[in-house]
Design a protein around this ligand. Sequence first.
Ligand SMILES: [Fe+2]
Ligand SMILES: [Fe+2]
Ligand SMILES: [Fe+2]
Length: 286
Amino acid sequence: MLNIIDNIGKTVIFDTSRTIQLANYNREPDMSSKDLRSGNSFIDDNHKDLLDNIDFIASSVRDSWDQRAFESDVRCFIVDLENHFSHEEVILKAAGFSDLDIHSMKHRELSLQLRMDSYYMQGLEDSIRFLGSLRTKIFSHEMFEDQNYWPLFENEYPAEELLIPWSAELATGDPETDKHHRALVNHINRLHLQFRISSDRHYAYRELRHLYEYSKFHFSEEEHSLDNKLRPGHRANHEFLLIDLSRVIDEVRSGKFQLVNIGDYLKYWLINHIQTFDIPSFLQND
Ligand SMILES: [Fe+2]
Ligand SMILES: [Fe+2]
Ligand SMILES: [Fe+2]
């Protein structure tokens, strides 16, 4: 933990270990937060612009190294990022996001951490390292933290077209777990609708990798929260689900599966686990 005074004089507490943990999730080299979609086009455009901006800074570094120009680009980037956070918070407030305070704190932590990291950059190698970690931190925030609010914008699709409508039967009663499960359900519903009209296997592969990473994150958070109350086989089932999903992803890439059928696999992949392991585990905790 680290206490720091932010630029408006407030003390902010950093949970550095968690930020590092989030940033360290492995990902495929071709995964990009440009593919992540919240369902709100303004937010999604902002996210894409931020990533384009990092690409632009990276190409300037590659083409002609200039410490001063780089520092100035990074300062502008952080200001753009903070403006984006502020726009996102306005939208989330209007949409009634219940975890807005926690989410805003995460934004503040992230921008302060980037400001701190940027103070210690000296020379080309540091700058390249900084850009790599900047990209990972933004990706991790959008993948694991922003995804919690995606269900707010899910009404872009008519309820009768949803593969898995959220219902009380899926609730574990644990607010954090239910938030993750809703995000997973929302993610699968979208993939199902997209794969009905798309036959682009490379796109499907990238989308499914995002689902894989978010699921891995969720399983690890759930294991952490249940701790010694995890039922026998629960952790092993998480591992099995990831292995099985990974096989399906490879088979999608090799063309073995029709994309139109993937939603039906994912529905049972998730729902069976929630009903067999998650709900009984949280019930026994009450
Ligand atoms: Fe955010
Ligand atoms: Fe679970
Ligand atoms: Fe779960």
